[in-house]
Ligand binder design. Structure first.
Ligand code: FMN
Length: 227
């Protein structure tokens, strides 16, 4: 989990956590899926450490190419660190209004992809035959894909914990941001996941594309046995 000074709970592979969550029974998966949406307005209270740690532990269940487990995660939940994040990444072309920013998430997770870790893993004897020790030979950037897989688990685990979550991009200040938090050179964020307790209504929802674009029905996305 990198050198964030945070220790995560033990999470044995056989532990399915059934019925043992302190906040109540586990949510039905279909109900959880339906609740998953981008939340852009949060109560300004911290996410308890135990809750955040359980959300973070979800990433241990993500698949990863060659089981490289190359992703690491920068967690910002100290108010000063979060404030620095917003100041450094403020996009001059799309800066949020003060009232929008006043309800931004109190905790942020940056999923960090590590291309070098994948090139190293695929240079190991059991993988060397694939010829993937050079980045340009990969059919797709598995380091980014794996970071996306882990991000999805974080989004779902957040719902399970009664939190809201929001995946968004970094469009300005990335280098300065990584330097501010002493992130080693090989790590690159694929985006940011904001987390927190959702406000009862979301005054920032209009920023989301889902308010302007209809969700496509399954039949228009799926091509059975051919196009
Ligand atoms: C890779 C990725 C990048 C995104 N970037 C942004 C972003 O920069 N700002 C934002 O408000 N939402 C961002 N979103 C959230 C999408 O707008 C959102 O998922 C989509 O509109 C569907 O809405 P829903 O998540 O509520 O279902 C991003 C989502 C993904 C997966």
């Amino acid at each position: 989990m990198g050198d964030t000074g945070q220790s995560l709970p033990e999470y044995p592979e056989s532990d399915t956590r059934q019925g043992e969550r302190p906040e109540g029974p586990l949510m039905n998966f279909q109900a959880l899926l339906k609740r998953r949406k981008s939340v852009r307005a949060y109560e300004q209270r911290p996410v308890p450490r135990g809750v955040l740690d359980r959300v973070l532990a979800s990433v241990l269940h993500a698949p990863s190419a060659g089981f490289t487990q190359g992703n690491e995660f920068l967690v910002l939940d100290d108010p000063a660190a979060v404030a620095d994040f917003w100041a450094i990444t403020a996009d001059p072309d799309d800066s949020p209004k003060p009232e929008e920013q006043s309800v931004f998430p109190p905790a942020l997770i940056l999923p960090l992809a590590n291309r070098t870790a994948y090139l190293t893993r695929y240079s190991a004897p059991d993988k060397a035959g694939y010829g993937l020790d050079q980045a340009e030979r990969w059919p797709a950037p598995y380091w980014d894909i794996d970071a996306g897989m882990a991000s999805m688990l974080i989004l779902l685990a957040a719902v399970d914990e009664g939190l809201g979550a929001w995946f968004f991009g970094i469009f300005a200040g990335e280098r300065e941001l990584l330097d501010r938090f002493s992130v080693p050179e090989e790590f690159k964020p694929i985006g940011v996941i904001g987390l927190g307790y959702p406000m009862p209504s979301d005054p920032n929802a209009a920023r989301g594309s889902a308010r302007r674009i209809a969700r496509r029905p399954t039949e228009t996305l799926v091509h059975r046995n051919g196009w």
